[in-house]
Design a protein around this ligand. Structure first.
Ligand SMILES: Nc1ncnc2c1ncn2[C@@H]1O[C@H](COP(=O)(O)OP(=O)(O)OP(=O)(O)O)[C@@H](O)[C@H]1O
Ligand SMILES: [Mg+2]
Length: 241
């Protein structure tokens, strides 16, 4: 059996990760030597100045771009070791990683419910069951009243909450969120962090949240600071939500 087809819980381990964009005079070393570890069930913050490599790190881990060298492990599987160790990167992204981007990237011609239900349907969940789960998530994210609307009819914050529901829909073992609370007010930003923490605990998901958002930084028990392409770990307050 191909283990990539079976979402399984597991943490994240990044060792000596390096990413250089471009070549020669115009090369940019976005990540120099990044080490990071996230246990199943943990929500970790990733902070650092603009241009410090936060999005680059998430894109490498999410198999959207290829690192230059180093090693990345998800659960039991080494996915990258100075080259990809997984043949089907698309299946890796679909089955094992939930993304929340800064921009929601919803599909404009599907309504809110189907935007959330689409990935589980593609993974073989019966349509009615996928929609039922979508509605549960939309309710938890306080946007179920817009379930039949199209994305263009939603506010920025509503769109972002739908995109978070979408990332959670397949119950992926890993969630990568890049500034997920930027467009949200305080109460909703904390609500999103509460849901991510519940998800982490109940489903043993390993979650990385890139953020500048002062409202949510106190919620992390552990924070990685990235500076000059390297990470330094720090204990956070771990505010109970
Ligand atoms: N496709 C690319 N080609 C060349 N350089 C890039 C590319 N993407 C990012 N970079 C560079 O890599 C460095 C890290 O960028 P990255 O987007 O990871 O930063 P960031 O920490 O996410 O910043 P921000 O907080 O502004 O989102 C920056 O110097 C950026 O200009
Ligand atoms: Mg970024």
């Amino acid at each position: 059996m191909n283990p990539m087809n079976t979402p399984q819980p597991g943490g994240i381990l990044i060792e000596g990760l390096r990413k250089v964009y471009g070549h020669g005079d115009t090369a940019v070393e976005a990540l120099k030597h990044v080490n990071m570890q996230v246990s199943p069930g943990e929500v970790v913050g990733l902070v650092g100045p603009s241009g410090s490599g936060k999005s680059t790190l998430l894109k490498c881990l999410g198999a959207i771009i290829e690192p230059t060298s180093g090693r990345m492990t998800l659960g039991k599987d080494v996915i990258y070791d100075n080259g990809w160790k997984v043949k089907d990167l698309r299946a890796l992204r679909r089955d094992r990683i939930g993304f929340v981007f800064q921009a929601p990237y919803l599909i404009p011609f599907l309504d809110v419910t189907d935007n959330v239900a689409l990935l589980p349907m593609l993974a073989g969940v019966p349509n009615a069951k996928a929609r039922e789960r979508a509605l549960e998530l939309l309710t938890a994210l306080d946007v179920s009243h817009r379930a039949r609307a199209e994305p263009s009819q939603l506010s920025g914050g509503e769109q972002q909450r739908v995109s978070i529901a979408r990332a959670l829909a397949n119950k992926p073992p890993v969630i990568l969120a890049d500034e997920p609370t930027a467009p949200l007010d305080s109460e909703r930003a904390l609500g999103v962090m509460r849901i991510l923490n519940q998800m982490a605990q109940h489903a043993q998901t390993a979650i990385i949240v890139v953020t500048h958002d002062e409202k949510i930084i106190p919620t992390f028990k552990r924070i990685y600071h990235i500076r000059d392409g390297q990470t330094v770990e720090e204990a956070g307050e771990g505010l109970s939500l």
